[in-house]
Ligand binder design. Structure first.
Ligand SMILES: CC(C)(COP(=O)(O)OP(=O)(O)OC[C@H]1O[C@@H](n2cnc3c(N)ncnc32)[C@H](O)[C@@H]1OP(=O)(O)O)[C@@H](O)C(=O)NCCC(=O)NCCS
Length: 123
């Protein structure tokens, strides 16, 4: 059953200024995300990474219907990649579908959240 959908679009430009702002990074991003950020060499790619991950978090907050709030905070999710580079997230008992895209100037994320049916077959 579809529980919710959420999307978010971010200007990449503003994320350049966050690349070395430790306090900001620690407030918004998980430790794994910060570690991943530090493996990226190129400043543009770093800003794109921060923007897209931020977009994912806001998209998720909208799919849940609660916004960034006491019920859902920035560090509650992080993006993983499968062996082909497809992103996925794990959150509670939801089935999540996520897609990310960027241009030179913007990053966008779109999420569909499914609630598992009681007799959901996981095979
Ligand atoms: C829900 C939230 C993520 C929206 O993000 P935003 O950046 O303010 O605005 P966006 O343009 O991305 O999205 C706005 C749309 O979100 C939708 N929206 C608002 N609350 C929502 C909710 N609870 N569930 C789903 N969608 C929601 C609305 O449709 C709104 O568009 P509208 O005003 O034209 O109807 C936002 O309210 C929020 O929680 N932001 C937290 C930001 C924050 O804490 N920043 C601090 C960084 S240090």
């Amino acid at each position: 059953m579809i529980y919710g959908i959420g999307c978010d679009i971010e200007d990449i430009e503003r994320f350049y200024s966050y690349i070395n702002k430790e306090n900001y990074l620690n407030k918004i991003y998980t430790q794994n995300e910060i570690l991943e950020l530090n493996t990226i060499k190129n400043e543009r790619k770093k800003a794109e990474f921060l923007a897209s991950r931020y977009a994912v978090k806001e998209a998720m907050s909208k799919a849940l219907g609660v916004g960034i709030s006491g019920e859902f905070s920035f560090k509650d999710i992080e993006v993983y990649k499968d062996e082909l580079g497809k992103p996925y997230i794990i959150y509670k008992d939801f089935i999540t579908h996520i897609t990310i895209s960027h241009t030179k100037t913007t990053a966008v994320a779109f999420i569909i959240l499914e609630k598992r049916e009681k007799n959901y077959d996981t095979r």
